[in-house]
Design a protein around this ligand. Structure first.
Ligand SMILES: O=C(O)c1ccccc1NCC(=O)[C@H](O)[C@H](O)COP(=O)(O)O
Length: 398
């Protein structure tokens, strides 16, 4: 069996051929997986589902393994080059020098950039890469098929935000179920995700955001599933660091109605591909731009067809400083016009604490806000919502 990985971004087309996988279920390095390769692997895995083929296929010999390592390293470099040409500084994995038998240009052979992440986002991505590889091995895509087929239809996340905005005249609220964060540590000791979600719903939240990252936010997919199964009606955003399409399918099986795509870590081709998967699954994609370098990120996202929800994160993920004034700058002029023409819903995210903050971002043009800390810390999160907006926005109050 021969595998092909085709990388087809705007840069020249490159195809790598590599020989003989020991089994279609074997651990193919995820760095070799382009969207197309993912699909092929999935199809092969489905084809081989009924019979165990591993015994009939031979493992790599040593020279094949060396060749594979070199290709893997070259693809990694190529991918980082594409990302950096789009202004993406977050690297997917810790940089390594080339493999032992690499015979390419000398400057690559002596290169060693060290393996310290440049900031918290990069650290999170490096950990996520390892975590996702393990999860994929445990639950390959084909094994999620049944759960996907049986999942109830996704709820209309964007529609709920628009309806809330029309009903209250205020930005629709995405209330975040957030136990802890790298910038603030533990926000709430006595943390019952379902209770908090129900309080948010009662307080007038249009949608909920559920953090599923364990290591940095003390979240989990169990929380997402429990909230979904507890009868909460608000559409749910799976707040995860998505670096691989597999995570989108997994989120769907756990009850997500929307997922987050972070422009600072995903090249355009990934965002396009992942947005299409979301459409196929009926999920909304919240595409997020950061506080720093956000003009370039915003322009990239506005150039991608099918994006209907953009988040502007007010937190600088390198220094953790929060600044809501950039939102205004970013939504002025040509960009603001384009956003109106495309009817995109803008979400103001992070660092919103008072009615004045809400009014400020609303005047800048946001139709929705994503809020965690200021409401999750309140003993009664429903009341926290009323305090945040300066009025009762629950459905009982018109
Ligand atoms: O919150 C953090 O410290 C953080 C650090 C690194 C990456 C992401 C981070 N937060 C994710 C979020 O987007 C926020 O949880 C969300 O916007 C709510 O923010 P807040 O209302 O300030 O809790």
């Amino acid at each position: 069996m021969e595998g092909i990985v085709s990388l087809r971004p705007s840069t020249p087309r490159v195809s790598f051929h590599f020989p003989k996988f020991p089994s279609s279920r074997c651990s193919i390095p995820s760095i070799l997986r382009s969207p197309m390769a993912d699909q092929r692997i999935c199809i092969r895995a489905q084809q081989s589902d009924s019979k165990d083929v591993s015994s009939t296929l031979s493992p790599f010999n040593e020279s094949e393994e060396n060749a594979l390592k070199i290709k893997e390293w070259e693809v990694g470099r190529f991918r980082d080059e594409i990302a950096s040409s789009q202004g993406i500084r977050i690297r997917r994995r810790p940089p390594t020098g080339p493999p032992l038998h690499y015979v390419g240009p000398f400057e690559f052979r002596i290169e060693n950039e060290g393996n310290t992440p440049r900031n918290i986002l990069e650290e999170i991505v490096w950990n996520k890469d390892v975590e996702v590889s393990h999860m994929k091995e445990k639950k390959p895509l084909f094994s999620l098929k049944k759960a996907l087929d049986n999942a109830p239809p996704a709820r209309d996340f964007v529609g709920a935000l628009r309806a809330s905005n029309l009903r209250t005249g205020l930005p629709g609220l995405i209330a975040e179920v957030k136990k802890a964060s790298p910038s603030r540590g533990v926000l709430r000791e006595n943390f019952d995700p379902v209770e908090i979600a129900q309080a948010y719903e009662k307080g007038g939240a249009a949608c909920l955001s559920v953090l599923t990252d364990q290591k940095y936010f003390q979240g989990s997919f169990e929380n997402l599933e429990a909230i979904r199964n507890a009868g909460v009606k608000c559409p749910l955003l799976c707040k995860e660091f998505i670096i691989d399409a597999w995570q989108i399918y997994y989120a769907r099986t756990k009850g997500a109605d929307a997922i987050l795509l972070i422009a600072a870590i995903l090249p355009d081709l990934d965002i396009k591909y992942m947005t299409k998967i979301c459409k196929m699954l009926g999920l909304a994609a919240l595409v997020e731009v950061r506080l720093v370098h956000n003009e370039q990120e915003m322009d990239r996202i506005l150039g991608i067809d099918g994006v209907e929800l953009i988040g502007i994160n007010n937190r600088d993920l390198e220094t953790f400083k929060v600044d809501i004034s950039n939102t205004k700058k970013l939504l002025e002029g040509k960009r603001g016009q384009m956003i109106c023409e495309k009817d995109i819903v803008i979400v103001g995210e992070s660092g919103l604490f008072t009615p004045a903050d809400i009014a400020y971002v609303q005047e800048s043009g946001v139709k929705a806000v994503l809020v965690g800390e200021s409401i999750v810390k309140k003993s009664d999160p429903a009341k926290g919502i009323t305090e945040l907006f300066g009025k009762d926005i629950s459905c009982n109050f018109q």
